[in-house]
Ligand binder design. Sequence first.
Ligand SMILES: Nc1ncnc2c1ncn2[C@@H]1O[C@H](COP(=O)(O)OP(=O)(O)O)[C@@H](O)[C@H]1O
Ligand SMILES: CC(C)(COP(=O)(O)O)[C@@H](O)C(=O)NCCC(=O)O
Ligand SMILES: [K+]
Length: 279
Amino acid sequence: MILDLDIGNTLSKWRLKDADSSEIRSRGAVWTREEWRPGADIPDLDVVEAVRISSVARRAVLDETVALLRQRVGSVHVARSTPEALGVTNGYEEPERLGVDRWLGALAGYQLAGGCCAVDCGSAITIDFVLPGGRHLGGYILPGLRLMKESLKLGTRNVAIDPDSEAEELLVPGRRTVEAVNHGIYMAAVSAINRVYAEVCDSEGVALPLLVTGGDARVVSRGLQVPHAVWPDMVYGGLEACFPLTAAERAGRMAGAPWVPAPVGLEKIRAGLAFSMLL
Ligand SMILES: Nc1ncnc2c1ncn2[C@@H]1O[C@H](COP(=O)(O)OP(=O)(O)O)[C@@H](O)[C@H]1O
Ligand SMILES: CC(C)(COP(=O)(O)O)[C@@H](O)C(=O)NCCC(=O)O
Ligand SMILES: [K+]
């Protein structure tokens, strides 16, 4: 079994992948914190032959996780942001400073769709662009839905957006504080993504496939105006691409990769942008 770990600022996600069949056998998530308890938080390490890790948590969390895993598992791979990988050149002035979850998402998106806009809706919302040909432009970081809500301190932090709500309900004016807050932050997130996507496609002259991941991906997806794919395993896809361990991975196949709809034409994106600027 291969254990893939995605340590975010809020949640540490894991999945167990069967190295022979490529099936995902189990998955889970625990709050990101300093100590892992094997057996309770993460699966039985006796069946794990290799671990692949993406971490944006504090250095100590990664160091302790790696130390614990190395005692039990022969091969532990830790992903890092690099100036270039798998045909993609990192757009950051200091490439190693790009969050590795963003880098892995960009690499996975490029492997799946060629050029892409990769959006990760977690503690932060990140929007990264890779052009056809592999040039990563850099991206945008804004607070995630939960962080935006917590920063308001209006006593509404415990009433989360219902992930099953329809976008239409979430975009109307709120008539109670909790509704006004939830609808406001939802509007902020989806309109930023819609706008940034259109602006960058316009200025680069290319309509890019749009991919969305992260804990809030499903609810954010409903507010996006352009064709896109939700890809819960996008960061894991980057781990598979960087550290291929199975025949399928070496052939470029990522478990759980979605079908990606063709982007809407550039003319339509430009028309939408021109219209929104009139308003
Ligand atoms: N069951 C859940 N527990 C915690 N957060 C959740 C849950 N479902 C959705 N979320 C949302 O997902 C975000 C965490 O998403 P995730 O992509 O795991 O973030 P990160 O990678 O930053 O840890 C939270 O900030 C919250 O808005
Ligand atoms: C922007 C992030 C905080 C997003 O992390 P997440 O929301 O997935 O926990 C993370 O990618 C990070 O720490 N990046 C380093 C700064 C940068 O990418 O510029
Ligand atoms: K994120």
